[in-house]
Design a protein around this ligand. Sequence first.
Ligand SMILES: Nc1nc2c(c(=O)[nH]1)N[C@H]1C(S)=C(S)[C@@H](COP(=O)(O)OP(=O)(O)OC[C@H]3O[C@@H](n4cnc5c(=O)[nH]c(N)nc54)[C@H](O)[C@@H]3O)O[C@H]1N2
Ligand SMILES: Nc1nc2c(c(=O)[nH]1)N[C@H]1C(S)=C(S)[C@@H](COP(=O)(O)OP(=O)(O)OC[C@H]3O[C@@H](n4cnc5c(=O)[nH]c(N)nc54)[C@H](O)[C@@H]3O)O[C@H]1N2
Ligand code: SF4
Ligand SMILES: [Mo]
Length: 732
Amino acid sequence: MSHQNKGSLSRRRFLGLSTCALAAAAVGSQVTVLKALAQTGKVGALKTVGERNVFTNCAMCINNCGVIARVRDGVITKLDPNPHFIKSRAMLCARGNAGIKAVYDPDRLKYPLIRVGERGEGKWRRASWDEALDLVAKNMLEIGEKYSRAGMMFASTKGFQEGYFTRLAECYGSPNTLRHPTLCLASLIQGFGATFGTTPTPDVLNSDYIIMSGANRAEGIVTPDTIDLIRGEGGRRKIVYLDPRFTRTAAKADEWYPVKPGGDFAFILAMTHVIVGEELYDKAFVEEKTVGFDKLIPHVQQYSPEWAEPECDIPAADIRRIAREFAAAAPKAVYYPGRRSSFFENDTQMRRAMAILNAIVGNWDVKGGMVPNSSVKLKKNDYLAPWYDDVPERLDKGAVSYLSNSDGSWKFFRDRVIEAKPYPVKGMMVYKQNPVSSVPNRSKTLKMMDQMDFICTIDICMSDTAWYSDVVLPEATYLERRDPAKSTGGILPVVTRREQVVEAMFESKPNLWIMQQIARRLGDEVYESFDFTIEQYDAHQLKGRDDIKEALETRGVYYPSTQPTYGKSVGKKFKTKTGKIEIYSEKYEKKGIDPLPVYTAQEQAPKGKYRLVIGRNAYLTQNTTNNNALLNELIPENSLWLNRTEAVRMGLSDGQMVRVRSSVGEEKLRVEVTEKIRPDTVFMHNGFGILSQIQSNVYGKGGSNTNLMEDRACPISGNFAMHHTFVEILPA
Ligand SMILES: Nc1nc2c(c(=O)[nH]1)N[C@H]1C(S)=C(S)[C@@H](COP(=O)(O)OP(=O)(O)OC[C@H]3O[C@@H](n4cnc5c(=O)[nH]c(N)nc54)[C@H](O)[C@@H]3O)O[C@H]1N2
Ligand SMILES: Nc1nc2c(c(=O)[nH]1)N[C@H]1C(S)=C(S)[C@@H](COP(=O)(O)OP(=O)(O)OC[C@H]3O[C@@H](n4cnc5c(=O)[nH]c(N)nc54)[C@H](O)[C@@H]3O)O[C@H]1N2
Ligand code: SF4
Ligand SMILES: [Mo]
């Protein structure tokens, strides 16, 4: 392992974190919701009397929209959008508004907890921070001693303080970090990356023609696309939307096709066939910027619209017409890349096909096209990680063609932990991730956890993963802590950060503090890399950038420019081996991967079974926010969408309870009889059928699609493939 970062921070002794000091006084009667909490435990002191507006940043999902928190007498009264935050177009969605309940949720984590019963039995005792942290460090050291430092795994998902967690993993000496991309967008990054050398952003606002393959933007919110998609500019906009379900995005689209699941790949190749065959592509662009077009011509000859029609259930005439319209609208036309690209095992090649289709119409780096991201560079806070001899390589090393060293592949990692091959992993630290609910085939995750000697989860609520842990540590929510400045790339790059809105309630602590306390117990060498405050960390990041500092203080956000600049990449090489857009990938060829996307069909549902697909709801984030009282009111449980014809055939009526069974699990939930889904497909929203009983609003409601999903994955990117599962439906 390479542990030779150079330290650039002053190594001051640990000073304690006064900003996050625990407060004592109990709250009186400011807000009704606080009364309930006051009865169950201590509430943070309300030091500031009067009204305050604080710049922060939503953490209810990955978009991190700009927020102004309104505070009265130390209590958050409302969250409003920060109008200076252009990316979110002065919008906060339902979840963003409901973020207030993350703080004032009676079910939230309040104190460190240590398990007393069996794992998953739900018996806990309150512990002091010292006792809980001692136990964590003791187990980490013991496991390191017994199995090597690689015997600990560190699972985490994106967050402003996630870096401190992965730093702990590195300084402790484990290569085994498991981040969220292989549950989400790893195939997309791989497919577009192999083609363009980067993952560009579609300029939705200015595009005249947008085709979307199951990117349900009206419900799976991605800013600014969701808002721009609906608003558009100039009224010329056309949206073609493919989804086996009639979603809210379908309702906003000009054309909706209930595509056969997995058929998008055929649709894209057939569009390419038409554009290449009819010479509708951008000849000058292809000539100048791409390699391998000559090989694409014969390759796509086999993929005619007539061939594609039965593969995707979209009429050949429509495919041909859409291809012509798309090429005519180019370069202000995009085949929208999507975000969750964990559909099928061939997802990387499907996204490659999308990237190639975008490339040949020459929509690169122009208004309304696919725009490479710009970013604002902040100064890195380097550190010196200790060196450990004899630490093996990542457990999932070599499992897939392109494994990210920092992210790993959840599917293959979990398999190897269960097999204890090539070496045992016996300890698990989890930060801001909920693998029990988010990694397909829940039984396998529980099996993996069963054979762990020790599990510690750092969360804000008792997630299903926390529920199966030995020690649960309460982090202060995003509104109760200061988070360091964060730079996010995009068409308009942005720097933002979180000010602390209110004092941390109960005994919750920010992650940096937690990491520092663990590091201290792991020894001076580890602790050295944690000897700073967030303020110092930020000061270093923003050194010499008074303009950013001032913008963050006065507007809560920094934009180097508020207007997009197109064509910045003109004259520059693409970040690929050839320096061009690689339509034909020699890199893939060398690894034995198809160098041009070759179509592979999905299996059809066997008789009496249905394909299970999953997806989002605008009111919920992943498997996580369902206990939030404000959101739970909007969607109290999930249901199984089933086509009316099938329901009638089976004699099932709307609202009836059914059992849904796959090869790996069974769930009980209500059936929703609808015309809004293909007859061969069923659908469930995420986040129900949970195991943790300390989520009182949602526990016992609906069914878990994670428990039903088989665990297949893309062999190129390692991304999970979540739509392969077939289920049967039985009366309850
Ligand atoms: N069944 C099913 N599985 C899926 C998906 C699906 O659609 N269906 N989608 C996939 C996709 S696209 C993704 S991105 C992944 C997401 O899966 P994960 O990366 O596991 O993310 P979440 O499910 O949102 O879980 C995040 C956890 O962090 C906690 N948390 C929230 N805020 C904080 C905080 O400030 N501090 C700390 N310490 N904890 C916090 C939450 O309470 C929750 O327990 O799931 C994937 N898995
Ligand atoms: N409200 C809300 N917004 C979110 C999130 C959230 O949890 N809640 N999570 C964020 C994250 S991490 C992500 S990754 C994105 C995900 O957002 P999206 O990328 O939109 O992903 P999903 O909603 O998971 O699934 C998209 C759709 O794919 C459809 N589908 C299934 N199979 C196929 C197929 O073969 N072809 C086609 N064309 N469609 C198919 C499903 O019916 C579903 O409607 O949303 C982000 N925004
Ligand atoms: S889209 Fe909604 S939940 Fe996500 S960051 Fe923005 S306001 Fe928060
Ligand atoms: Mo995601």
